[in-house]
Design a binder for this molecule. Structure first.
Ligand code: IMP
Ligand code: MG
Length: 188
């Protein structure tokens, strides 16, 4: 798997240190509350598992599954809910947990979707943020961010390409030769 990476962006140790900081910050900010972490499957499952163990206040967890990508590297623009929350979030402090904020379409949609259920508050924690690709009309200033990353397709630590590479302990940029083997330009 490592040979398919163009480069490693963050090692396991660097990720662990940053996730611990995020957990501590959230524990301070939500002291006295009992937040619900909502993991957006599947990409966030490893990040969520590490993050909640770095949180020292009472909290609960739920999951949603959405699809916007198919198996390629470019978004289709449409967000489909595959699995919804199993509990009501009205009056709760909700923190959505995402692997990566790319165009922002997924989280923007989910902010509206979950916002309609009248949570006491709604924030996002995303491990990675590719700000360069954010759609101009989307303003997500409610996010805790692990790392700001340059454009490029990344895999590892939960992030996949065609369902593979999620189990890489580090995060790296996938070689374009993996998804464009004939050297073709990446499609926009
Ligand atoms: P957005 O709606 O464009 O912000 O896309 C968010 C989702 O796209 C993430 O939750 C990922 O599942 C997927 N995604 C976006 N960029 C990457 C990437 O570089 N590697 C792997 N998945 C990605
Ligand atoms: Mg995802």
């Amino acid at each position: 798997m490592m040979k398919d990476l163009e480069c490693v962006l963050y090692t396991k140790e660097e990720i662990d240190a940053r996730v611990k900081e995020l957990g501590e910050q959230i524990s301070r900010d939500y002291a006295g509350k009992d937040p619900v972490f909502v993991g957006i499957l599947k990409g966030s499952f490893i990040f969520m598992a590490d993050l909640v163990r770095a949180v020292s206040i009472p909290c609960s967890m739920d999951f949603m599954s959405v699809s916007s990508y198919g198996s390629g590297t470019q978004t289709t623009g449409a967000v489909k809910i595959i699995k919804d929350l199993s509990r009501d979030i009205e009056g709760k402090d909700v923190i959505m947990v995402e692997d990566i904020l790319d165009t922002g379409i997924t989280l923007n949609y989910l902010m509206g979707y979950l916002g309609n259920r009248r949570p006491a508050s709604l924030r996002i924690v995303t491990l990675l943020n590719k700000e360069a690709r954010r759609h101009k009309d989307i303003h997500l200033d409610v996010a805790y961010t692990g790392f700001h990353i340059p454009d490029g397709f990344v895999v590892g630590y939960g992030l996949d390409y065609a369902e593979e590479y999620r189990n890489l302990p580090c995060i790296g940029i996938l070689s374009s030769s993996v998804y464009a083997p004939d050297g073709a330009e990446k499609k926009e």
